[in-house]
Design a protein around this ligand. Structure first.
Ligand code: DSN
Length: 431
């Protein structure tokens, strides 16, 4: 019997997921097969090393598992095993990135990634005025590049910065960038100074695998990803490398950074990569894109300004500042109405701590078989939360502290939550 207190927490979390609307762009609902493998006996085994080269005995079947997972990964991403290899052991995407930096760079070498408020990721060297936030900016010297007022990456400025800063590694990819990347342009820019190019496709790996996005493997030396976002697998990471970097990457993962691989996750990932290669998964990703576009279009119709005026992937970045509210307030009201979203910086924000936007993603609700009409309804729910924020501000003023007083008793939020629960309860849930 599971610890009864924990069992209640688990039941409550299950109900929260099932009854709510999940729009966090980095989340998804994985399948019951993936959950079964995560809870399997594979979790019991230590297997430091690589297939055929382990530091413990008893790894016959773990070797078979990891070898199969590597094969499935190369197949899912259409890669030739003579040219590319993959390490499937990273515990997460951030750790995969650190393994790459420590494997290919010397401490204090220079790196450049998309700035976090422009849609980049913490692990790409994020720092602010008086503080190095990510250890990637402590261990390495980092200079960010940015988007411009169109919401697209400013490639011309990036080319200038690269010439001045002379990074050893240029990173493309991020966590809140709604447009596809011009990998050819990144490669050309990297080649002007002869630096390495790494693609971090954590958010879009499902789109890349199904060839519903540009192909980073054509131009990058290294490609990292998480496995649980649009790829819909367990929570872990992968590092794809050109064969010339094989030993540096593998030795950096183990013994450089990590200990024993999490074999239950490798098993779950192996299964998911098998699913990713099916026509059904391609259909799913096509729907993810269609749904994100429907969400963006409806929000534009409702008068919202959307970063880059649309989306090429699963992400819709909405400016709520122009409506007179902050991302934090919308996030809070959404949470009370059982809609999960996150506040996010949008172009022109002066404070990353108090951003003027929200980030929405379509992958999780597409897994629950929502179609474009559902996403039109979801846009209306979001609009309702913004209107509720404005009502509360009118009554209580704009200070967040005052805004939050007795907010859970707000009748409009209670009514909205009922509608959200009604909407969600009949939808398919994968486990
Ligand atoms: N925190 C993840 C995201 O939300 O995009 C990335 O690590």
């Amino acid at each position: 019997m599971i610890d009864p207190k924990l069992d209640i927490i688990l039941e409550n979390e299950y109900t929260r997921q099932k009854m709510g609307i999940e729009l966090i762009a980095s989340e998804n609902f994985t399948s019951s097969n993936v959950l079964t493998l995560l809870g399997s006996v594979f979790t019991n085994k230590y297997s430091e090393g690589l297939p055929g080269k382990r530091y413990y005995g008893g790894n016959k079947h773990i070797d078979e598992l990891e070898t199969l997972c590597i094969e499935r990964a190369l197949t899912a991403f259409h890669l030739d095993s003579n040219e590319w290899g993959v390490n499937v052991q990273p515990y997460s995407g951030s750790i995969a990135n650190i393994c790459v930096y420590l494997g290919l760079l010397e401490p204090h070498d220079r790196i450049m990634g998309l700035d976090l408020p422009s849609g980049g990721h913490l692990s790409h060297g994020f720092y602010v005025k008086n503080k190095k936030i990510s250890k990637s900016s402590v261990m390495f010297e980092s200079l960010p590049y940015t988007i411009n007022e169109t919401g697209y990456i400013d490639y011309d400025k990036l080319a200038e910065y690269v010439k001045v800063f002379q990074p050893k590694l240029l990173i493309c990819g991020g966590s809140a960038y709604p447009r596809d990347l011009d990998y050819k342009r990144f490669r050309e820019i990297a080649d002007t100074i002869g630096c390495l190019l790494m693609g971090d496709i954590a958010h879009i790996s499902g789109l890349v695998a199904t060839q519903e996005a540009n192909n980073p493997f054509e131009y990058c030396d290294i490609v990292t990803t998480t496995t649980h976002k649009t790829l819909r697998g367990p929570r872990s990471g992968m590092i794809f490398y050109k064969k010339e970097f094989e030993s540096r990457i593998n030795e950096s993962v183990f013994p450089g950074v990590q200990g024993g691989p999490h074999n239950n996750k490798i098993a779950a990932l192996c299964h998911q990569l098998y699913e990713v290669a099916t026509p059904e998964f391609k259909e799913y990703i096509k729907n993810v894109k269609k749904n994100a576009q429907a969400l963006a279009n409806k929000l534009i119709e409702l008068g919202y300004s959307i970063s880059s005026n649309g989306t090429d992937n699963h992400i819709v970045l909405v400016n709520v500042r122009d409506k007179g509210v902050t991302g934090s307030k919308v996030e809070k009201v959404c949470e009370l109405a059982d809609i999960s979203i996150n506040k996010n910086a949008v172009y022109g924000d002066t404070s990353a701590m108090n951003p003027g936007g929200i980030r929405l993603g379509s992958s999780a609700m597409t897994t629950r078989l929502c179609v474009e009409t559902h996403f039109t309804k979801i846009a209306e729910f979001i609009d309702e939360t913004v209107k509720i924020c404005l009502e509360i501000q009118k009554e209580k003023g704009v200070k967040l502290k005052d805004f939050l007083v007795d907010i859970e008793k707000n009748q409009s939020i209670i009514e909205l939550r009922k509608k959200v629960n009604e909407f969600s309860k009949e939808l398919y849930f994968p486990c």
